[in-house]
Design a protein around this ligand. Structure first.
Ligand SMILES: *Cc1c(COP(=O)(O)O)cnc(C)c1O
Length: 559
């Protein structure tokens, strides 16, 4: 008999969503990291995670006169985590920066589980220079030098801190290229420990590293000028080696991670294909993302699944049996989630009246151009016409990165459109998109809309949360939806699986709403509920982080 021993994995991520109001995340990447670790705890897997403390957070979003204002969102690790009485040095430019950590424990609610430790790296120590004390302050803040220094603290400081506490790491999982510098630290150690040649040392590092790339958007891949890298990284790696691994023009962190990882994956089938075309010569596997079932099911749905699909938490594949759940119970759980969302929205957007029986469309994502938050409003005359026959209301949310000027403009435009549609199509924009609001919205609307520009949506995960709660998707055929979509069964497509054409997508979106979705919702409630139930059974049973992590274990960690 053979048995597979699971190696101890160190999971590195620049952001991890631990708890809704703890601002160590900005969006999808951090939520995915958190869901991965929540599943690791449920499945009692030997995983230790490393991230930055992000004491000043990402930012708190305020909307004033339709514009986004950004405020720091400070938090104190001491309120939630245990201080780890260890510090390690990382040389950043001319100074030694001391890095310490806080241990956050992710507890599971499942039997036979095992808490997962998350190390929150922190440079806010009195022995550090004031500038260096702020390095673990703002998530994705500052200029290129600040970002590079943060990545040094994460990658190099993280490896050293794990060693200092005696964590028996066997595999390193790089969640996105931000953690790529850990490979250079491992390479340095390898060369120091044994006097093997460079190529043998590279092979040894590759055997220990797994890399997940998360976006086909070029701006999503960190690149730093070689001069800057040289001035901050110093002697950790030679200029020649850095050019060989990370590119001659600039140091591309994705390239470094690809070169030094023995196993690489994209986060959906299509994304892996696109990544292979972007980085020819590298083998890129596909493990499609998933969401943590217990975290994202609404209170009503948790109770519903407990009753009809026992053990769904530990084995979400069982949700395929959602077909046993009576349609009226599905309707009741949804009505409860919808009432809770509308009550919240009503408090925030007082003068706009939202009705519980009105077809409610939800859209929440990072506000940035390729997500196309305005596509639904590309033909206002037609939208008004549809709404006269079939009443519609819309709930939106999302933050724009403080330097994404177009994204911020989209928020302003949405507010202008909301004023234009007043009295005809109620539209509310809820500020401060975070996990709590995401949970309320994905469970509480009737239809989850996603309109990214193909093929730039690597996976997307909010639609999976919606499906888990019996909310069907209306989405462009990209990312996970290419795998979860069954037309009229789990939801509906916007546009074809073909070349990007905004006019075709706009037409298709309005046609689907007017001719298929709204008539079904208003004229055949039983058939509508069938789609809701199939979304749970066919999408919820598959697109969860338990399935995803089990695949990482078997295909990436144990090979
Ligand atoms: C799930 C989630 C995301 C990611 O959703 P996408 O579908 O990838 O846009 C982002 N932010 C929050 C707060 C979430 O809960």
């Amino acid at each position: 008999m053979t048995s597979v021993r699971i190696p101890h994995v160190a999971y590195f991520s620049m952001e991890i969503a631990l708890q809704s109001d703890v601002p160590t995340y900005s969006g999808g990447l951090g939520v995915l990291a958190g869901d991965t670790l929540r599943s690791a705890a449920d499945l009692a897997l030997p995983v230790t995670a490393v991230t930055l403390a992000s004491r000043s957070g990402y930012f708190r979003q305020q909307i004033e006169g339709g514009r986004q204002l950004e405020h720091p969102q400070a938090w104190n690790p001491a309120d939630h985590a245990r201080h780890v009485p260890v510090k390690v040095p990382v040389r950043v430019g001319a100074r030694e920066v001391w890095v310490t950590a806080w241990e956050w424990r992710i507890e599971s609610h499942c039997a036979e589980s095992q808490p997962v430790s998350v190390l929150l790296l922190d440079t806010d120590l009195p022995e550090n220079h004031p500038e260096d004390r702020a390095l673990t302050g703002t998530l994705y803040g500052g200029d290129a030098a600040y970002r590079l220094a943060q990545e040094m603290v994460l990658g190099i400081g993280g490896v050293r801190l794990l060693a200092a506490i005696g964590c028996p790491v066997e595999k390193y999982h790089l969640n996105e290229g931000h953690a790529a510098l850990l490979t250079l630290e491992l390479l340095r150690e390898q060369m120091e420990r044994s006097d093997c040649d460079l190529d043998a040392a590279i092979e040894a590092v590759r055997r220990r590293c797994v890399f997940t790339t998360h976006t086909p958007v070029p701006a999503g891949h960190d690149q730093f000028e070689h001069d800057l890298v040289h001035s901050l990284l110093g002697t950790l790696a030679s200029a020649e080696l850095l050019r060989r691994l990370g590119g001659a023009e600039r140091l591309n962190m994705t390239l470094v991670a690809l070169e030094l990882s023995g196993w690489v994956n994209g986060v959906a089938q299509r994304h892996a294909e696109v990544s292979r075309a972007m980085f020819p010569g590298f083998e890129v596997h596909a493990i499609t993302n998933g969401v943590h079932p217990w975290t994202w099911a609404s209170d009503g749905h948790r109770a519903l699944f407990d009753q009809h699909v026992p053990h769904w938490c530990h084995e979400p594949e069982l949700l395929i049996h959602a077909s046993r759940i009576p349609l009226e119970d599905i309707a009741r759980a949804h009505a409860r989630a919808k009432a809770s969302l509308l009550a919240h929205a009503q408090r925030v957007a007082e003068p706009v009246a939202l009705a519980p029986d009105c077809l409610t469309i939800g859209f929440a994502r990072r506000m940035t151009s390729y997500k196309r938050p305005l596509l639904l409003f590309s033909d206002l005359a037609r939208l008004r016409r549809i709404a006269r026959r079939y009443p519609l209301q819309i709930v939106m949310a999302g933050k724009a990165h403080p330097r994404d000027w177009e994204g911020k403009q989209h928020i302003e435009q949405l507010h202008a459109i909301a004023r234009e549609l007043e009295g005809e199509v109620p539209l509310v924009f809820l500020p401060g998109y975070d996990m709590d609001l995401g949970r309320q919205m994905t469970a509480g609307v009737d239809l989850w809309l996603n309109t990214p520009q193909r093929p730039l949506e690597a996976s997307g995960t909010s639609g999976m949360k919606a499906a888990l709660n019996g909310v069907p998707n209306l989405s462009v055929l990209d990312g996970w939806w290419l795998e979860g979509w069954e037309e009229g069964v789990t939801g509906w497509a916007v546009g074809p699986d073909g070349p990007h054409d905004p006019a075709v997508d706009s037409l298709s979106l309005h046609d689907q709403l007017e001719q298929v979705i709204a008539p079904l919702f208003y004229e055949d409630p039983q058939a509508w509920l069938h789609v809701c139930r199939e979304a749970i059974a066919r999408n919820g049973s598959q697109f969860n982080s338990h399935r995803m992590l089990r695949r990482y274990v078997l295909e990436a960690y144990t090979r």
